[in-house]
Design a protein around this ligand. Structure first.
Ligand SMILES: O=C(O)c1cc(=O)[nH]c(=O)n1[C@@H]1O[C@H](COP(=O)(O)O)[C@@H](O)[C@H]1O
Length: 236
């Protein structure tokens, strides 16, 4: 669908499949001009680096979403291993602290302009304020997201994962170049599922999101390519 193609696609399709062939069937209906792809914990645990390389070799920008959260040395090694796979973006939990994020940043220096974008996860989009409080964080989600995003920027990261509900605040506080990757995207009328801090694609773009992660609304649709096309058009 030529009309939906963009040079810098904003939609990242979350490939959360238990069956490799199901994922490949979907990928065969998508193009690198229309979307980027995300491999997360389910598919990486099942199918590993081989599946990631398959997508990279097919010409897609791949976001390896393993949300590393460990001691600085371990996270640095894991981030470097991600770079070896040729992925476009990789993430760590910003709550791992500035020293951990700095170690991750340093591990990518040898890759120069081939290094993936390094992104910090702030407060998961599935969490409400009440659930955040239950973990011992007494701030609102927006305050906690901003605090973690400031630490991510201080450590030299390229941006953060947050909900689109926090995007306008973060753009205003951290400037236009700090990338905002926003899951919890739900086109009007689609099921929220386990997501809580949600926005539509149009709202997310208006709020300042740079990249929108969309999983089930596309992957579980009868015609995933048509839904992607519709979302791309809605953002123009
Ligand atoms: O880092 C992520 O990608 C992520 C962070 C977050 O806060 N919330 C979130 O939903 N995600 C991921 O984004 C995807 C959202 O998928 P759907 O809810 O199916 O659209 C899933 O693969 C999640 O693992």
């Amino acid at each position: 669908m030529q009309d939906s193609k963009t040079q810098d696609p904003k939609i990242i399709v979350a490939l959360d499949f238990a069956d490799e062939q199901d994922a490949k069937t979907l990928v065969a209906r998508l193009t690198p001009e229309a979307c980027r792809l995300k491999v997360g914990k389910e598919m990486f645990t099942l199918f590993g680096p081989r599946f990631v390389r398959y997508l990279v070799d097919a010409g897609f920008d791949v976001f390896l979403d393993l949300k590393f959260h460990d001691i600085p040395n371990t996270v640095a090694k894991a981030v470097a291993a991600s770079a070896e796979l040729g992925v476009w973006m990789v993430n760590v939990h910003a709550s791992g602290g500035v020293r951990m994020m700095e170690a991750a940043r340093a591990a990518l220096v040898p890759y120069g302009d081939k290094a993936p974008l390094l992104i910090g996860v702030t407060v998961l989009t599935s969490m409400t304020g009440e659930e955040l409080h239950q973990t011992g964080v007494l701030r609102s989600p927006a305050e906690q997201v901003l605090s973690l995003a400031r630490q991510a920027r201080q450590a030299g990261l390229d941006g953060v994962v947050c909900s689109a509900q926090e995007a306008s605040l973060l753009k205003a506080e951290l400037g236009p170049d700090f990338k905002l990757v926003t899951p919890g995207i739900r086109p009007a009328g689609s099921e929220a599922g386990d997501q809580r801090r949600i926005m539509t694609p149009e709202q997310a773009i208006a709020a300042g999101s740079d990249y929108l992660v969309v999983g089930r609304p596309i992957t579980q649709a009868d015609d995933p390519a048509a839904v992607l096309d519709e979302i791309n058009r809605s953002m123009e």
